[in-house]
Design a protein around this ligand. Structure first.
Ligand code: FAD
Length: 601
């Protein structure tokens, strides 16, 4: 079983050569000093850490899994030590601001790191995966006092964080959340008593860090129903000394279901355990190294983060970054599957291939059979183009944060709004389906555990579901971000990415396709979908095809960018590029045809 190996030189080719990142950094005062040498140093070291420390824990993490016992979760062997090494080396704080204890490096570096981590060990990576979002949330919305207590701990990763949104009856529709927050009487800190049950909480309980910071969506008394009635709260696993203890005298802490007697509020040295209980963890298809927890809040003393009723707004701060992160999981997992399949196809021999090199009575390598070559080349094309789209999104996030000109920040905001749902949805879909195709390269050997490819298929499946299901991403793109402005922002984006391309044959072909799609949007989709007599459900039937068509266009654009970059003449890039046009791009025509047929009624 070959373990995943990061390929930093290939990642850097995309970031430095294809996307010309240094020119972008030069326009940002926060990153103006960041040079290519430092990037090489950081990405090489990240690759070493991931390859030597994180990847080897993947198999055991899957087999042993996280274990729950009476409110405590033990992580798989090696996970805690690896996490301690991770935060002490400063990896979680890579892209956090220096004034918050971070290293202030570009988001693109973090993107490369998390792609590698997810590929190496998706289960382990779930733990730090939510940190940056929590950091942004606290940074932008918490009170100065709360920031003083929690921001640096979360920025550096000394404490891990959770996002507690989902409830048993409230998944995609968070407006149905029932967890309530009632002001605590006479609390000098102005806190609230938080009560309710959250499910599917990644890392709700574990032994990786000494404290856990929960960010929880809940409803204040008399708040309106629906999403506008939600507020965001922070409650830690332990209140630290001087960190605002729970109001009132210590009470008996309710036992977790399945546990024995109620236990006292725990005091560990100067710390006090909060009334947050992990009732159990889910048994699930994959991702066994990540505890997916049912969390019960029993009048837990919590601080409000941001304004009352603006809880979802506070979470939007981190939405694009979190969805980019999940898109990167897709790219990483697909790369891990491809690496295994590619290596296996270079060892295993079966039958003679048409045009193969085997003599009569001998067998060719699996990679020489066209049916297998096609699988490998198509996945490689998705991974390479995915990196262009994902790293570009990371660059735009930095521009959005740091650029001095409002007009440039607006362009970055448009890119993030329109491209992020496509990245999250299309590349997580492909991670699962592409990993399954890579499993096929192994024949029956892929279905058994030995080679580790079946774990990737199981682990990858969830990325299509969490952080907003892929259907919700498609609806977001078409119904919230395209139809309301008559397609203006998307049309402009298509024009702008076309203008980035040169005049070679591939670039002209892509420009032509961008123009064709623009015309389809203007002349067919928008007039039909927004007509007064159009059925209300019409855009909902189209949304998925619409998003997939965007994914194809973005990939075509990415290949035109790669194709015009010196160095892309190498066979490795040419093969992947040809794989895109032959085996991936034809889906564009299919999606257009499906939309046309839906519009025709
Ligand atoms: C391993 C794992 C980890 C998770 N981690 C976290 C976490 O850390 N924190 C957290 O808060 N949550 C977490 N979740 C929950 C996750 O975000 C939800 O599962 C997800 O939002 C979907 O909600 P649901 O499961 O209730 O499905 P539902 O919302 O019930 O949806 C069921 C199906 O209907 C579709 N659907 C729903 N509404 C629409 C619509 N309007 N149009 C079209 N289709 C629709 C969905 O796409 C889905 O396919 C996790 C889930 C898993 C499995």
């Amino acid at each position: 079983m070959n373990a995943y190996q990061p390929q930093p030189a290939e990642q850097r080719f995309i970031l430095l050569d294809v996307l010309r990142a240094p020119q972008q950094f030069a326009t940002l005062p926060a990153h103006a000093d960041f040079d290519g040498d430092l990037l090489v140093q950081v990405t090489d070291e990240a690759a070493r850490f991931v390859g030597e420390v994180i990847a080897p824990l993947n198999r055991e993490g899957d087999e042993v899994g996280a274990q729950w016992k009476a409110d405590a979760v033990t992580m798989p062997p090696g996970f805690r030590d690896a996490y301690q090494a991770f935060w002490q080396a400063g990896w979680p704080s890579l892209a956090c601001a220096t004034e918050d204890g971070g290293q202030g490096l570009p988001t693109a570096l973090k993107a490369m790191l998390y792609e590698n981590l997810s590929a190496a060990n998706h289960g382990w990576t779930m733990a730090p995966g939510l940190l940056h979002g929590a950091y942004e949330c606290i940074k932008h919305h918490a009170s100065p006092e709360l920031k003083a207590r929690y921001l640096a701990k979360v920025a550096t990763g000394e404490w891990l964080a959770t996002m507690c949104l989902t409830e048993p009856h409230a998944g995609s529709d968070l407006g149905l959340c029932r967890t309530k927050a009632v002001p605590l009487a006479n609390d000098p800190e102005g806190r609230y008593a938080l009560s309710g049950t959250k499910i599917f909480i990644s890392g709700g309980e574990h032994d990786l860090t000494d404290n856990i910071v929960h960010l929880v969506l809940a409803r204040l008394p008399d708040s309106p129903p629906g999403p506008k009635g939600l507020s965001l709260f922070l409650v830690p696993k332990f209140y630290e000394d001087g960190d605002g203890r729970r109001a009132g005298p210590p009470r008996a802490r309710p036992a977790p279901s399945g546990g024995s007697e109620p236990h006292e509020v725990g005091s560990v040295g100067a710390r006090e355990r909060s009334e947050v209980v992990c009732e159990r963890i889910e048994e699930k298809m994959g991702l066994h190294g990540s505890p997916t927890c049912v969390m019960r809040f029993d009048e837990a003393a919590a601080w409000i983060v941001g304004e009352p009723g603006k809880g979802l707004n506070a979470m939007f701060v981190m939405m694009n970054a979190a969805r980019l992160h999940v898109g990167l999981q897709g790219i990483g997992l697909l790369d891990a599957a491809w690496q295994k399949a590619d290596a296996y196809s270079k060892e295993r021999r079966q039958m003679r291939a048409p045009g193969g090199t085997a003599k009569v009575g001998e067998a060719d390598l699996i990679e020489e059979h066209p049916a297998m070559r096609r699988i490998l080349d198509a996945q490689r094309a998705w991974i390479d183009a995915g990196r262009v789209v994902a790293y570009r999104t990371a660059l735009e996030l930095d521009i959005l944060k740091h650029h001095g000109e409002a007009t440039r920040r607006d362009l970055a905001s448009r890119w993030c709004a329109l491209v992020t749902p496509v990245l999250k949805s299309a590349w997580t879909d492909q991670a699962f389906h592409g990993a399954s195709a890579c499993l096929q390269v192994f024949g029956g050997h892929g279905y058994v555990r030995e080679w580790g490819i079946e774990q990737i298929v199981r682990d990858a499946r969830v990325a299509m579901i969490y952080e907003g299901t892929n259907e919700i991403q498609a609806i977001d793109l078409l119904l919230r971000k395209t139809l309301p402005d008559g397609g203006a922002a998307l049309q402009q984006l298509l024009t702008d990415i076309g203008a980035e391309l040169g005049h070679d044959e591939q670039a002209l072909r892509v420009k032509n396709e961008l123009t064709r799609f623009s015309a389809f949007l203007r002349d067919q989709l928008l007039p039909r979908a927004t007509a007064k007599d159009a059925p209300a459900d019409l855009p909902h039937w189209l949304a998925d095809d619409f998003l997939r068509a965007q994914a194809m266009l973005l990939m075509a654009w990415a290949w035109a960018r790669i194709g015009s970059t010196p160095g892309a003449e190498a066979a490795r890039w040419q093969t992947s590029q040809a794989g895109f046009w032959r085996w991936v791009w034809p889906e564009f025509e299919m999606r257009l045809a499906m939309m046309e047929s839906t519009l025709a009624g």
